[in-house]
Write a new protein. Structure first.
Length: 72
C-alpha cells in the first residue's frame, strides 16, 4: 500500500510477523521520520511495542473524516 494518502489520525491495520493489530498514525507521512518509508504509529491494542510500520505491513487504511455536514 502507498503511504502517500495516509495522514495523522488515520487508523491502519498492520501485519507484522503474522500478528495483525490496529494503530493510529502518529504524524503525517511527510515528516522526517517517515521519509525513509516507515510510518510512525501508535498501536490501539495493549501489549504491542512496535512504533513504526513499512508500506508492505499496512494491510488496510481508514481515513479520519469527522462528522458529515447537514444538507440544506
Amino acid at each position: 500500500m502507498k503511504l502517500a494518502g495516509i495522514n495523522a489520525g488515520d487508523i491502519v491495520e498492520i501485519d507484522k510477523g503474522g500478528r495483525r493489530f490496529l494503530a493510529t498514525v502518529a504524524q503525517p507521512h511527510d515528516r522526517p521520520c517517515a521519509a525513509n518509508g516507515r510510518l510512525p504509529i501508535d498501536p490501539i491494542h495493549r501489549g504491542i511495542s512496535w512504533r513504526q510500520a513499512s508500506a508492505r505491513e499496512v494491510v488496510a487504511h481508514w481515513a479520519r473524516r469527522g462528522r458529515p455536514r447537514a444538507r440544506s
